[in-house]
Design a protein around this ligand. Structure first.
Ligand SMILES: Cc1ncc(COP(=O)(O)O)c(C=O)c1O
Length: 430
């Protein structure tokens, strides 16, 4: 019989943090509740250990960045080496050129490169560049691009409407972009899309988006912060064979070290110094050293092939479990590629708060599998078949419990409504 973990130490720290850290957590994404581990202090490969000594197989990989594995020797050794010399100054470090050359070699649209630290910085810099070059303001968007004022949508405290009202969304299909251009009747500076969110995920659709944008005089930005290095070494653009003008990358680039980049065609990138991208830490070379070794390792070891195989093994295993338990609604699928598997229930597809979702994923965490209904899963190069099979064993065990849980609540009026966790998690803890 499996034993459910307890999170007493995590919970204690989390409650103490309420007084000194807004919301009690620097991690701004779920799961953020006292009955889950909130403090991890060690990680290696595809496993993590929390402050209660619980061991987890990780299927979130820091929401994407951990592409090779935690504490990956080749990457961390390069970091240790650069720390002995110099990694931060008011000028450049020579290894910048190495990383720039690598990115130019692997990303189809890359002819020049600007380094930054986060995905949000990169998308903001790319958008600003497009606005500067075209002397236009409107940007059509599809997907998540970070937390800057311009990318938030709808009325939000602290964000002026002026920041986002010129950034309308399209649904991912080329025809919808065409309609948006017509309907808005404004000149557009750019179209930005996240390939993880833009459907259909086909060469035809993406090429049509590029063609429509260009016909309207707009630049095309692929925001490959999430899909870069994971869908293919050169990102979704390489996989689909469609080349944008500008691309943003981050997450998988440095195996967890904070780095991002705007890359693109020379005719656009050379205009970058005309508009500010001033960052004290853009020269910081710890992350640059990490990124060089991360990208070399991905290239030399067929890491992408491994990620696809591991992801597919997880997808197949989850679907088999659903069949074994006669759960007809849940399904696992590549979103958009097997290295980014998603597991969901039809009835709650747009609602990760559905109680059966909450129950399944919550129980997984309580039995040693770090998995969340709020995100696609991410696998890394250190997930071996045995790890995926062990993860599936936990899912199998939890699915048996979930099935009973679902049967118990299916007659309940809240079944479709779905709010297990209320908005004040501190109260829930006490
Ligand atoms: C496609 C995409 N763009 C931008 C971002 C923002 O990156 P960051 O969280 O590093 O600011 C994210 C983060 O999830 C992302 O997935």
């Amino acid at each position: 019989m499996r034993k459910q973990y307890s999170f007493e130490n995590s919970k204690k720290l989390w409650l103490e943090a309420q007084d000194i850290i807004p919301g009690g957590s620097q991690a701004t994404r779920a799961p953020l509740y006292p009955e889950f581990p909130t403090y991890f202090k060690k990680a290696k490969g595809c496993r993590m250990w929390d402050v209660d000594g619980n061991e987890f197989i990780d299927l979130l990989c820091s929401i994407g960045p951990i592409i090779l594995g935690y504490a990956y020797d080749r990457v961390d050794n390069a970091v240790r080496e650069i720390m002995k010399d110099s990694f931060q100054s008011s000028m450049n470090h020579p290894i910048q050129l190495e990383l720039a050359r690598l990115l130019i070699e692997v990303i189809p649209c890359a002819e020049q490169v600007r380094f930054l630290k986060t995905g949000t910085e990169a998308t903001q810099a790319a958008a600003r560049l497009a606005r500067h070059i075209t002397k236009r303001t409107y940007i059509a968007r599809c997907g998540y691009h970070g937390w800057a004022d311009m990318w938030w949508y709808g009325k939000t405290e602290g964000i002026p409407k002026a920041a986002w009202e010129t950034i309308p969304r399209f649904n991912g299909a080329a025809e919808d972009l065409e309609n948006l251009f017509k309907k808005t009747n404004e000149p557009f500076a750019a179209v930005i899309l996240c390939p993880a969110d833009t459907r259909p995920f086909t060469k035809e659709n993406y090429q049509a988006i590029v063609d429509i944008a260009h016909r309207h005089g707009a630049l095309v930005i692929f925001d490959e912060v999430k899909t870069g290095f994971r869908t293919s070494l050169g990102g979704a653009q390489e996989l689909l064979g469609v080349t944008p003008d500008i691309t943003t990358v981050s997450k998988g680039m440095g195996n967890g070290y904070p780095i991002s980049a705007v890359v693109g065609k020379e005719e656009y990138m050379r205009r970058m110094p005309e508009t500010p991208t001033a960052g004290t830490f853009s020269v910081e070379a710890i992350s640059i050293a990490a990124a060089i070794e991360t990208i070399r390792e991905i290239k030399e070891k067929n890491v992408v092939g491994h990620l696809w195989n591991s992801g597919q093994r997880l997808i197949d295993g989850l679907n088999k479990i659903c069949r074994d338990y006669n759960m007809d609604e849940p399904r696992a699928y590549a979103d958009p590629v097997p290295s980014m598997p998603r597991f969901t229930w039809k009835s709650g597809e747009d609602n990760p708060q559905h109680p059966v979702h909450q129950y399944f994923f919550g129980e997984c965490v309580k039995y040693g599998l770090f998995f969340s209904q709020w995100h696609v899963a991410f696998v890394n190069y250190s997930h071996k078949n045995e790890d995926i099979d062990e993860a599936l064993d936990i899912c199998d065990f939890v699915m048996a419990k979930t099935k009973k849980y679902a049967a118990n609540i299916s007659g309940n009026a809240n079944y479709k409504k779905a709010v297990v966790h209320k908005s004040n998690p501190v109260k829930a803890a006490t």
